[in-house]
Design a protein around this ligand. Structure first.
Ligand code: MRU
Length: 369
C-alpha cells in the first residue's frame, strides 16, 4: 500500500469515520486504522497509534468532530455536557503536548451552544479540517524559515550541511512536512547537500524507526546513531546545527521535547553548535513561564524501557533487554531551558528564545491569563 500523504484524515467514502496511519508498526508494516468515536480517538492517542505533538493536536480536533457526530439528536444542554466530557477525556490522553488542549478548547469555543445538531456537526467538521490544513501550512512555512539557516551554512562552508535531530518531528508527528524535518526537505529539494544524524530515541525509537524511514523515503542522506553518541559527534565538529521539535514551549522560550533533548542542547552549547527548536504556534503555551517547574512530564509504563521493540522474520517482537524484575523509570519528555536554545523557528519566523522575542512574533499571547 502506498503511504497516504497525510497522517490523519476523514474517510472520503464514509465521512463519519476518521482514518489514521498506525505509527506503532512503522516502518516495518504500513496499516491505516479507522476511528469511529471520540473515545476511540482518546485511546489511539494514549496508545500512541498516532503521536507527535502536532499530529495529536489535529487528532483531538477530529476527535471532537466524532464527539459532535454522537450529539446529532441531543438537545443543546445534553450535547454541551457530552462535548465537554469528550474534550476532557481527549485532553487527559497525554499530558505534555499542549496542542491537545489547544485543539479541544478551540473546538469547544466553536461548537458549544449550537442548538441544531446538523449545524453543530458541520461546524466541528469544518474546524477539524481547518486545524489540519493550518498545521500543513504552518509546517511548510517553518520549512522555508529554517531553509535560510541551511543555505547560510552551505554558502559559508561550501560543504554538505550536517544536521542532528532527535525523536520524530517529521511529517508523521504532524499532518505533512513536519517541523524539524521541513527545512531538511526544503534544502534537499533545492539541491543543497545535507546529511542528517538521527538519534534513535530510546525507549520507543521514534528516531530510528520513523525519522530514518521518512528521510529515506524522501531520499535525504541520514545516519542513525545511538542516543549516547550525540555528545561525541558534537564535540568533534561533525554537526553544523541541531534541530528538534517541541511538545510545549513556554512563552518565555523553555522547550519541552522528547526525553534526551536537554542533554543534546547542553552539549551543543558547550561545543558552540547552534540548537534550534522548530514549532508551530499551537505548541506555544502562553500561560507558562518556567518550563522546568511548570510543564507536566508524561511518565509511561516501565516495560517500554525493559524491552526493545523490533521486527524479526516477518513479526513484530518485543524482547526483554533488562535484568528480569528490574524497576524501570520511563519519563517521556524533558525541558530544555531557554539559555540553551539558539532560536525558535515558528510559522511566523525565527526568533530568540525569550519572552520579548516570542511576544514580538505573537503579540496576541500577551493578553493570555
Ligand atoms: O512521544 P511522542 O512520540 O509523541 O513524542 C514526539 C516528540 O517528542 C516529538 O519530538 C515532538 O512531538 C515534537 S514534534 C511534534
Amino acid at each position: 500500500m502506498t503511504p497516504a500523504s497525510r497522517t490523519i484524515w476523514i474517510d472520503s467514502d464514509d465521512p463519519t469515520v476518521v482514518v489514521a496511519i498506525e505509527q506503532r508498526l512503522l516502518p516495518f508494516e504500513y496499516v491505516e486504522v479507522p476511528i469511529r468515536t471520540s473515545s476511540e480517538m482518546t485511546q489511539v492517542i494514549a496508545d500512541m497509534v498516532v503521536r507527535g505533538a502536532g499530529c495529536i493536536g489535529v487528532s483531538a480536533g477530529y476527535g471532537m468532530y466524532l464527539a459532535a457526530l454522537a450529539t446529532a439528536h441531543m438537545d443543546v444542554t445534553t450535547a454541551d455536557e457530552s462535548l465537554r466530557r469528550a474534550g476532557a477525556e481527549l485532553e487527559a490522553s497525554r499530558p505534555t503536548a499542549v496542542n491537545l488542549t489547544w485543539a479541544v478548547q478551540r473546538q469547544l469555543g466553536a461548537i458549544l451552544g449550537i442548538e441544531d445538531g446538523e449545524e453543530r456537526i458541520a461546524a466541528a467538521k469544518a474546524l477539524a479540517e481547518t486545524i489540519a490544513d493550518e498545521d500543513v501550512a504552518y509546517c511548510a512555512a517553518i520549512g522555508q524559515h529554517g531553509l535560510g539557516i541551511i543555505e547560510e551554512i552551505h554558502e559559508r562552508t561550501g560543504e554538505t550541511v550536517n544536521i542532528m535531530t532527535h525523536c520524530n518531528a517529521g511529517w508523521l508527528a504532524f499532518v505533512e512536512h513536519g517541523t524539524a524535518t521541513a527545512p531538511m526537505y526544503a534544502a534537499h529539494k533545492r539541491g543543497i547537500p545535507i546529511h542528517v544524524y538521527v538519534s534513535e530515541t530510546r525507549p520507543r525509537n521514534q528516531g530510528a524507526r520513523l525519522t530514518a524511514w521518512e528521510l529515506r523515503q524522501a531520499g535525504v542522506p541520514c545516519t542513525v546513531i545511538a542516543d549516547n553518541s550525540a555528545g561525541h559527534l558534537l564535540q568533534h565538529g561533525k554537526v553544523d546545527f541541531v534541530i528538534v521539535g517541541s511538545d510545549r514551549t513556554t512563552v518565555s522560550g523553555d522547550v519541552a521535547n522528547k526525553i534526551g533533548t536537554y542533554m543534546k542542547a547542553v552539549v551543543a552549547k558547550e561545543n558552540g553548535v547552534p540548537f534550534y527548536a522548530a514549532l508551530p504556534s499551537s505548541t506555544l503555551d502562553p500561560l507558562l513561564h518556567d518550563g522546568v517547574a511548570e510543564i507536566p512530564i508524561e511518565e509511561r509504563d516501565g516495560t517500554e524501557v525493559t524491552r526493545a521493540t523490533g521486527y524479526l522474520n516477518g513479526e513484530h517482537v518485543e524482547p526483554e533487554t533488562a535484568a528480569p524484575g528490574s524497576n524501570a523509570a520511563n519519563f517521556g519528555f524533558d525541558v530544555t531551558p531557554r539559555r540553551y536554545v539558539t532560536g525558535i523557528i515558528s510559522e511566523r519566523g525565527i526568533c530568540e528564545a525569550s519572552e520579548e522575542a516570542i511576544l514580538g512574533l505573537y503579540p496576541e499571547f500577551a493578553d493570555a491569563k
